[in-house]
Design a protein around this ligand. Structure first.
Ligand SMILES: Cc1cc2nc3c(=O)[nH]c(=O)nc-3n(C[C@H](O)[C@H](O)[C@H](O)COP(=O)(O)OP(=O)(O)OC[C@H]3O[C@@H](n4cnc5c(N)ncnc54)[C@H](O)[C@@H]3O)c2cc1C
Length: 447
């Protein structure tokens, strides 16, 4: 096929809209089916929910030519601010270069901005209020329910399913036995709460940090918003003690006073938020193959949703879009070749970030409290200084080095962790570490 294909994108979230822009820059104007009402540009609308944007996502935005516009939405976070039970705060830097920071961005504002650019600048057609309710198994055409309840096929040459973690396309293909899919739910859920601005209108907490109240089996985190509030998220088991089941509206004030005392004055709407905001589920989606009949391809969360503890789900979804764009550049509209190469390249990386995200939960809620954790992090920075380009801390590889694929970050990170554990076995500070042994280990283990 040499003329521009008819492209349908199911789901106008971050991945769907970014992909629509990348395709439009190739002269392919997609139709985007989005079940939500039209996105409101210029205001987040309702409560603000934010997420962390890092280098992989920014690289993708740059590819689409929209990184400068997104910059206006970003608040830099340079490290983790740990809040101990007694209220003491400790800052752990994410990196050691000024550019090594991640960014808090309003999910709704980012989504609306990418949509606006896709629609206004590139003429992408959005069909809001239309929902994909299945797939015609004869040829992969999505089945679309309009707001008036009527259902129709959407004829297209190719369909990109970017309909998120609960993908209807994935469900339809899995139910028909065309693909296999699993959703591994975590036994922990989450609830979003709001940290108010200070009385003088400023931020109540350090704005350039991701705040964590690590408490072992559970944690509270908070990311800054442009309106000087923070969106806090409580991660807690669904059952047991403490859990969402054991902490009802009556228990929540005492639970927060005991566990997160320094945050309580900043949470004036705690009781109301706790009752009125839903408890969300967290899980990892795996499925395969990611495509059907050389016609339908799942991209982003639809193919590989992960738990949010590395702040990489959207970043990975954006990275998918760039990989897809590159492969279209290489193979043209030979969808068989594009889909096969996409899954071969992205599936191992999706698996790697899914596993690292699960590990990071333990790190954030528990391991950060351990003095050995801090020692290993400090040593890892020291080794990065001593072996530039050869040693990069795993967190940095994932967050600041988009040129290192996730699978490679996981592989090298595993080797580095082994080295760090050996070198810190019997010492309590970096100055005590045997650096001759460090040099030997780095050259023999990392090669
Ligand atoms: C609590 C939490 C915190 C997170 N924090 C971060 C973070 O800090 N950093 C990060 O990178 N990622 C984070 N993530 C992950 C991130 O939200 C997702 O990875 C990202 O949104 C995936 O983008 P997507 O476009 O693939 O899917 P989605 O964002 O889910 O978008 C899917 C779109 O499809 C639409 N849709 C769904 N079903 C249908 C249908 N049947 N028909 C038509 N339209 C449909 C939806 O309305 C939506 O617009 C977090 C996730 C959670 C749950």
């Amino acid at each position: 096929m040499t003329s521009a294909p008819r492209v349908a994108i199911v789901g106008g979230g971050p991945a769907g809209s970014l992909l629509a822009i990348l395709l439009a820059r190739r002269g392919v104007i997609a139709t985007v089916i989005e079940r939500s009402p039209p996105f409101v540009v210029g205001q987040a609308g309702g409560r603000s929910i934010n997420l962390a944007l890092a280098a992989r996502g920014i690289t993708a935005l740059r590819r689409a030519g929209i990184d400068a516009e997104v910059t206006a939405l970003m608040i830099a976070m340079r490290g983790r601010m740990l809040h101990e039970q007694d209220g003491k705060q400790r800052f752990l830097s994410y990196g050691q270069r000024v550019t090594e920071e991640i960014y808090s961005v309003s999910r709704a504002a980012l989504n609306a901005l990418i949509f606006e650019i896709a629609a206004k600048r590139y003429g992408v057609q959005y069909r809001f209020g239309e929902t994909c309710v299945g797939v015609d198994l004869t040829d992969g055409a999505p089945l679309i329910a309009a707001a008036d309840g009527s259902t129709r096929r959407l004829d297209a040459d190719v369909v990109f399913a970017t309909d998120g973690a609960g993908s209807e396309v994935r469900r339809a293909l899995a139910d028909a036995g065309e693909i296999s899919a699993t959703e591994d739910l975590l036994d922990h859920g989450y609830k979003e709460l709001t940290i108010a601005a200070a009385q003088d209108g400023g931020f109540a907490l350090e704005p350039h940090a991701l705040h964590i109240w690590p408490r072992g089996r559970f944690m509270l985190i908070a990311l800054p918003n442009p309106d000087r509030t923070f969106t806090a998220t409580l991660f807690l088991p669904h059952t047991g003690d403490p859990s969402f089941a054991s902490i009802g509206p009556n228990e929540v004030p005492a639970f927060f006073r005991r566990e997160f005392a320094d945050a309580v004055p900043q949470l004036p709407a705690l009781a109301r938020d706790y009752v009125s905001h839903p408890t969300g589920n967290l899980g990892t989606v795996t499925c395969g193959p990611w495509s059907f009949k050389d016609k339908v391809l799942m991209v982003g969360d639809a193919a590989h949703a992960i738990v949010p503890f590395h702040g990489q789900g959207m970043n990975a979804a954006f990275e998918d879009c760039v990989a897809l764009d590159d492969l279209i550049g290489t193979h043209g509209y030979d969808w068989h070749a594009v889909f096969a190469a996409f899954e071969a390249e992205r599936a191992p990386n999706a698996r790697a970030i899914a596993e690292m995200a699960l590990e990071n939960y333990l790190e954030m809620r528990d391991e950060v409290r351990d003095a050995k954790f801090e020692l290993r992090a400090a040593l890892s920075f020291e080794l990065e200084r001593r072996f530039p380009g050869h040693w990069v801390p795993r967190y940095s590889m994932v967050m600041f080095h988009p040129e290192i694929p996730y699978a490679e970050a996981q592989r090298r990170g595993g080797l580095q962790t082994g080295i760090l554990r050996k070198l810190t076995e019997n010492v309590s500070s970096v100055t005590e570490v045997d650096l001759t042994r460090a040099t030997e280990l780095v050259s023999t283990v990392l090669g």
